[in-house]
Every structure is written in structure tokens, then in C-alpha cells.
Design a protein around this ligand. Structure first.
Ligand SMILES: C[S@@+](CC[C@H](N)C(=O)[O-])C[C@H]1O[C@@H](n2cnc3c(N)ncnc32)[C@H](O)[C@@H]1O
Length: 222
């Protein structure tokens, strides 16, 4: 499938999921999320993967002075929690519908900003530079290694030197999905990730969960 067609399909599919039942497609262990529980799940994600890791994330900086990027922010579930901890937070998402929901959900948080991306680059962020970038349950759903790599490179262009991009990918290598499946993405192994880091200007300093559904990455910008 041509890259542009796949990017268009990702947007269409996520718009459709957002209209159908966005909370379920964002955290799919439940179908009937209340807004309260859904918001609380964002706090849980942040407490598991952000608050436990503040040394790597802040590296001596005060959180309230940091600018943070939430790549694939969905309806702003984790973005909200990030905005409570960090000074300025920007969420980006390919889906028009998710962006609309995130803007609505974060209307009361003046330090949170949501942008719609074209799925190819992050020009929408202008010359903003970030102190930390995070992506949760996003690359998981992307069926193309080259689009994943391109997204990581784009995040790198907006990350200050030495700063961390923490994200997870699908690590279960036997998984096979069709090349246009925007739900089951392509799995990545250790060598894929080391190669991506090298080509995109990152040091892959730490990896956790090889072979598992959530394979966590600590990519530090060179
Ligand atoms: C499962 S949701 C996770 C949302 C959010 N990270 C969370 O944990 O609440 C996946 C999100 O990734 C977005 N997404 C998928 N492919 C993307 C891409 N190439 N660029 C930006 N966002 C993308 C989707 O639109 C969707 O909102």
C-alpha cells in the first residue's frame, strides 16, 4: 500500500473509532468506560510510566519548567495527567476526531495544547523544542516500520539534545497482520529498534520487554 494511502487510512480508521466509542478504542480492556474512570486510567498510566521514571525524564530540571510532547495523544487521557505535572504540554494526533475530543477534554487546562498532524511530519509544532516526549499505545497500531521510524525521527527533530523519548512498541514478533491493518501494528525486535535509534539520531539506552506486547524504549536524543 502506498504510504500516503496508508496515512489517510490511519486517520479515517481512528476518526471512525473515535466516533464509535473512543474510550474503548483508546483503552480497550473495557467497553463501557465512564468519563471519571477513563480520566482516572490516564492518571494510572502516568503513575506507572512517568512518575516512576522522573530521574530519566527530568535529568535535574524542575518539571514545571519543562515542555513535554504527548505523541498520539488520543482524547487527551494521559495529556491531562502530564499537564498537571509539567509546565507546558503539547499533544499531537493524526485523527481529527481525537483532536476535537482532546481539545474539549483539556479546555480547562491552559498549559495543554493539542495539534492535528498530517501523519508525515511534525511541522505543525513549528520550532517548538521539547524536554521530554512520550508515546503510549500509538506505534502499537502502526502497520509500517517505515512510518514508525519516520515518526520517531520527527519527534527527534523537536527534542533537545540529551532528552528522552519514552515509548512502547509491539514486541510480540509472531504477530502477523495485513499491511493496512491500523489496529494490529507491525511488531519490532531489538535489532529494528537499535537500527531506528542510530538512523534517527538517538541513543537506545534501555529497552524493557523484548518479545512482549509492550516493549518499552528509552531513546535519548544525541
Ligand atoms: C490507542 S490510542 C492511544 C491514545 C493515548 N496515547 C492514550 O494512551 O490515551 C492511539 C492514538 O494514536 C493515534 N495515532 C495513530 N497513528 C498515528 C500517527 N501516525 N501519528 C499520530 N497519531 C497517531 C490515534 O489517532 C489514536 O488517537
Amino acid at each position: 500500500m502506498r504510504r500516503q494511502s496508508l496515512v489517510d487510512k490511519m486517520r479515517r480508521d481512528w476518526d471512525q473509532r473515535a466516533r464509535e466509542n473512543y474510550r474503548h478504542y483508546i483503552v480497550n480492556c473495557r467497553k463501557d468506560w465512564s468519563e471519571e474512570d477513563f480520566r482516572a486510567s490516564g492518571e494510572v498510566t502516568a503513575s506507572h510510566y512517568i512518575l516512576t521514571d522522573m530521574l530519566n525524564i527530568c535529568q535535574g530540571k524542575r518539571p514545571e519548567e519543562m515542555r513535554v510532547l504527548d505523541f498520539g495523544c488520543g482524547a487527551g487521557r494521559v495529556t491531562r495527567s502530564l499537564a498537571k505535572t509539567f509546565g507546558e504540554v503539547h499533544g499531537v494526533d493524526i485523527s481529527i476526531e481525537m483532536v476535537r475530543l482532546a481539545r474539549q477534554a483539556l479546555g480547562d487546562m491552559p498549559n495543554a495544547h493539542i495539534h492535528q498532524t498530517n501523519g508525515e511530519d511534525l511541522r505543525v509544532l513549528g520550532d517548538l523544542q521539547f524536554d521530554f516526549a512520550f508515546a503510549f499505545s500509538v506505534f502499537h497500531h502502526i502497520p509500517s516500520k517505515s512510518i514508525i521510524e519516520n515518526s520517531i525521527r520527527e519527534v527527534g527533530t523537536h527534542l533537545r539534545s540529551g532528552c528522552l523519548f519514552k515509548f512502547e512498541v509491539q514486541g510480540y514478533l509472531p504477530l502477523r497482520a495485513s499491511e493496512d491493518d491500523t489496529w494490529l501494528g507491525v511488531p519490532l525486535g531489538e535489532q529494528d529498534l537499535i537500527g531506528i535509534a542510530e538512523r534517527c539520531g538517538f541513543e537506545s539506552r534501555h529497552r524493557l520487554g523484548a518479545g512482549e506486547e509492550s516493549y518499552w524504549q528509552w531513546f535519548f536524543r544525541k
